[in-house]
Design a protein around this ligand. Structure first.
Ligand code: AMP
Length: 354
């Protein structure tokens, strides 16, 4: 068990790293952030930081000398960097778990092997495979890069076979996956923490609404049946167990009828779990620190009905009006520059009783 006073290394310095570092500090840990970008949001709430590329082995070697454990807030860290670090210090989640969760194809195959529902999919290394995939799956469909996609980046809709060539050109030769277009009634996620001993603490299922492919609003509890909720939580548990996952993770689902279809696994704390900072006994960030440190998991119970509003780009100006609402909690990430589509903060509206 990691004791207070130890130093937790975090790969990635965005808002998720910032909120993890705050949670870690509350438990008496120090954090050392490692990320390539100067002026990252996590730096101002951590004891130390390193600005270096994830591929820089000399910088990684110096970093492991200063930390007791390494975790991450960003799933596109090269798996090689995690493997390198894990030869020197404990790393959670593991490189093997990350390797599956950062590749949409590996993730779908993994979910399918667990017997979970996914959209129909095809591996698309080239134009011939795309044609074969479209012949099998039909249109509409979505072509996505296997890696490095987030917030709708690296995705193209294919409405008719004639869209295939331009769609492939759009992805510039990146290995891709073709997915059948799902007609879902809602998008939900399960954010949960899991420890090495298999203990598992899911938060209530969250309903997510996107705008311009970016999460706009989350509601907890999700407006789905108890059966659908139970299926989502069982699927997330199977995924956590299958990955031998340690830490907080999220699984995004499409709701189709009473069933849930796995869309994506996020091997980290997740935007759809931000409501837990104010709306649960233990938040997703503290759960992550507890899980990787080998502490008992906290109670994930929801203490209010919650609506989480993301403050993205121009929308960030809403913070001032939201700050005037007495039961709304404001979180701003300290980012110097506002850009369209950039997540600048979020707000959580609480309604009682839970
Ligand atoms: P993703 O990056 O995979 O989470 O996709 C971003 C958003 O695109 C999702 O939240 C959905 O709203 C939509 N989307 C992605 N994949 C599909 C699919 N196979 N069918 C329908 N909508 C999808």
């Amino acid at each position: 068990m990691l004791k207070p006073g130890a130093t937790i290394g975090i790969l990635g310095g965005g808002q998720l790293g910032r909120m993890l570092a705050i949670a870690a500090a509350r438990l008496g840990f120090h954090c050392h952030i490692y990320c390539p970008e100067a002026g990252s949001p996590a730096f101002e709430v951590a004891q130390a930081h390193t600005i270096a590329a994830y591929e820089d082995e000399a910088a990684l070697a110096a970093f492991v000398g200063k930390v007791d454990i390494v975790t991450l807030e960003f799933e596109n860290v090269p798996v090689g960097a995690l493997r390198f670090l894990s030869r020197h210090v404990p790393v959670a989640p593991s490189a093997d778990a990350l390797e599956i969760a950062q590749d949409r194809l590996a993730e779908k195959i993994f979910a399918m092997k667990l017997g979970l529902g996914t959209a129909p999919f095809a591996d698309v290394p080239d134009a011939v495979a795309l044609e074969a995939g479209l012949a099998r799956i039909g249109t509409p469909a979505i072509l996505k890069t296997r890696r490095f996609g987030y917030d709708g980046k690296g995705q193209v809709r294919i409405m008719a076979p004639a869209d295939a060539a331009p769609a492939l050109a759009d992805l510039r030769g990146a290995p891709a996956i073709l997915e059948g277009f799902m007609r879902f009634s809602a998008e939900v996620s399960v954010v949960a923490a899991r420890k090495a001993d298999g203990s598992f603490a899911p938060f209530d299922v969250t309903e997510n609404e996107h705008r311009d492919h970016i999460l706009d609003r989350s509601i907890a509890p999700a407006r789905v049946s108890p059966e659908t909720s139970a299926k989502a939580i069982a699927a997330a548990r199977a995924i956590g167990d299958g990955l031998g996952y340690v830490g907080t993770f999220a699984v995004e689902f499409f709701v189709v009828g009473e069933d849930v279809i796995v869309n994506e696994i996020a091997p980290r704390v997740h935007n759809s779990g931000h409501w837990t900072l104010d709306g649960a006994v233990t938040c997703q960030f503290e759960q992550h620190i507890r899980a990787i440190a080998g502490w008992p998991l906290g109670d994930p119970r929801r203490i209010a009905r919650v609506e989480m509003l993301n403050l993205v780009g121009e929308n960030t100006a809403r913070w001032e009006a939201l700050a005037a609402e007495p039961v709304t909690k404001i979180h701003l990430y300290g980012k110097a520059e506002m850009r369209p589509g950039r997540k600048m903060g979020h707000a959580t509206r609480l309604t009682f009783p839970a």
